[in-house]
Ligand binder design. Structure first.
Ligand SMILES: *[C@@H]1O[C@H](CO)[C@@H](O)[C@H](O)[C@H]1NC(C)=O
Ligand SMILES: *[C@@H]1O[C@H](CO)[C@@H](O)[C@H](O)[C@H]1NC(C)=O
Length: 197
């Protein structure tokens, strides 16, 4: 009875030490980030910033997930190679510290971004981000309406001042005509007088 118990304790101890060893292995990689939930607008840029602690040079793999879709964005080993999927190659910046920049955001970019850090021993760890992408339609519309109103006001002001100028000019012309009329009549009369005989 006691004998068996002793073995049990030994088994448990072995188990515990293996578990601790595994925990130690799993704990060897640490991934931290100041912000895991990000919100951006269409056409803006986003930085998925991670602070990775691990042994050796890790392999970084970023994956995009939205609904049932799971797409590889790319993977890189700092200083060794960088392999970005063709769809993302123009928009992704692969940083040596494992962080990833994604520029010119689209609505379809909204979803989950998972970074998988793999050590040379094969030990790996995941870390996820949530990205929300907002449309800028509303702000654009507001901006457009304000611009249109300002333009309409300017056009109105311009038309009013042109009308006033035109009216003033006509008045001036009429006034000048009235002033010149008697002189004209006089010269015409003189002219007529001179040629008549
Ligand atoms: C990672 O590197 C990028 C570019 O060098 C930098 O902007 C970012 O702040 C870094 N992130 C961390 C967590 O150090
Ligand atoms: C780059 O990644 C793609 C898919 O993730 C893979 O098929 C391809 O072999 C990789 N290329 C290199 C040079 O590692």
């Amino acid at each position: 009875m006691w004998h068996f118990r002793l073995w049990d304790v030994q088994d448990v101890a072995v188990f515990l030490s293996i578990a601790l060893y595994m925990c130690h292995l799993a704990g060897a990689i640490s991934i931290r980030s100041p912000q895991r939930s990000l919100t951006r607008s269409v056409q803006e840029d986003v930085d998925f910033s991670v602070d990775i602690t691990c042994s050796g040079t890790p392999t970084i793999q970023w994956t995009f997930m939205s609904g049932l879709v799971s797409r590889s964005i790319g993977s890189w080993k700092p200083g060794v190679y960088t392999n970005i999927t063709a769809d993302y190659s123009s928009r992704v910046q692969a940083h040596g510290n494992g962080s990833m920049g994604l520029s010119d955001l689209r609505l379809q970019d909204a979803g989950f971004y998972v970074v998988t850090v793999t050590e040379e021993t094969g030990n790996s760890k995941d870390f996820g981000f949530v990205l929300k992408v907002n449309e800028v339609l509303y702000e654009d519309l507001q901006y457009l309406v304000v611009t249109a109103l300002a333009l309409a006001f300017l056009v109105g002001l311009l038309m009013l001042s042109m009308w006033l100028l035109d009216k003033g000019y006509r008045k001036f012309l009429a006034w000048r005509q009235r002033k010149q009329m008697p002189e004209n009549d006089a010269t015409e009369l003189q002219h007529l007088d001179g040629t008549a005989p």
